[in-house]
Design a protein around this ligand. Structure first.
Ligand SMILES: Cc1ncc(COP(=O)(O)O)c(C=O)c1O
Length: 238
């Protein structure tokens, strides 16, 4: 592979585990290849990994950083999806020199993070409650995932396609029928359902991202039923 100077890539940003929005895992072969290319051309990779600890089957999901022999991966994660987004706590692993420059930049931008959320996070992460919490979180996410998958099969079986996520908080659906994305979104909102239309992520049209992370289990079936009704409204020519 040849990269011409004018096309020089400065950095690659990847979310290999339970990717937002599509919930996929980057396969091992691609991970190896991406790392090879990154170290061959000296292109740093930012591995954005807020979801791997949510793996529903509780197995350890490997990270790109754990395979990185040459220090080209900067690993980033956060408590947002597993503890509380309001804490605004995240972390980064990388070469010392890069971390020092980033710390300096952060200091200049906002004088660094407040110590109080950091203190709360440290207390929680080092307590027994953290692992109890993680067990409960994975179980409840898996329950919500099952519920939304069941509802989609039940109510939209032949009208949508999706990958069943094994972790994370999103399910990414392809609406098979060629309907206006904006119109469908409006019809869904009229019925009290919000989701993120695929175009927000710059994909080809016809996708919807449903987030089941915080949904109450008992609301999921109703929400999908209202979305199905919004989709049906096109057929009725409303
Ligand atoms: C892949 C990914 N990275 C980062 C974030 C943002 O996380 P934070 O709240 O830690 O900024 C999100 C949130 O939706 C996400 O899905």
């Amino acid at each position: 592979m040849q990269l011409h100077k004018q096309h020089r890539i400065k950095m690659v940003f990847l979310n290999p585990n339970f990717q937002n929005p599509n919930g996929s895992l980057l396969d091992l072969e691609r991970r190896r290849r991406v790392l090879e290319i990154s170290s061959y051309y000296g292109i740093p990779i930012i591995e954005d990994d807020p979801y791997s600890l949510t793996a529903f089957d509780k197995t350890h999901v490997s990270t790109l950083k754990s395979m990185d022999q040459n220090g080209t991966v900067l690993y980033v994660s956060s408590l947002s999806k597993i503890v509380a987004s309001g804490l605004r706590i995240g972390w980064i692993f990388g070469p010392q020199t890069v971390i020092e420059r980033l710390a300096d930049a952060k200091q200049q931008i906002d004088f660094g993070h407040s110590i109080i959320p950091e203190w709360i996070a440290t207390q929680f992460l080092s307590s027994e409650d953290f692992s109890i919490h993680m067990h409960k979180l994975r179980d409840s996410l898996a329950l919500n995932r099952d519920k939304i998958v069941f509802s989609l099969y039940d109510q939209l079986d032949d009208q949508v396609e999706f990958l069943i996520p094994e972790g994370g908080i999103h399910i990414w659906c392809k609406v098979k029928e060629d309907v206006s994305e904006q119109q469908l979104f409006k019809e869904a909102i009229k019925r009290g359902v919000v989701y993120v239309p695929g175009s927000v992520f710059g994909t080809q049209k016809g996708y919807a991202r449903f987030t089941f992370g915080r949904a109450k289990e008992e609301h999921i079936h109703e929400a999908i039923s209202r979305f199905a009704d919004a989709l049906r409204s096109f057929k009725k020519g409303k």
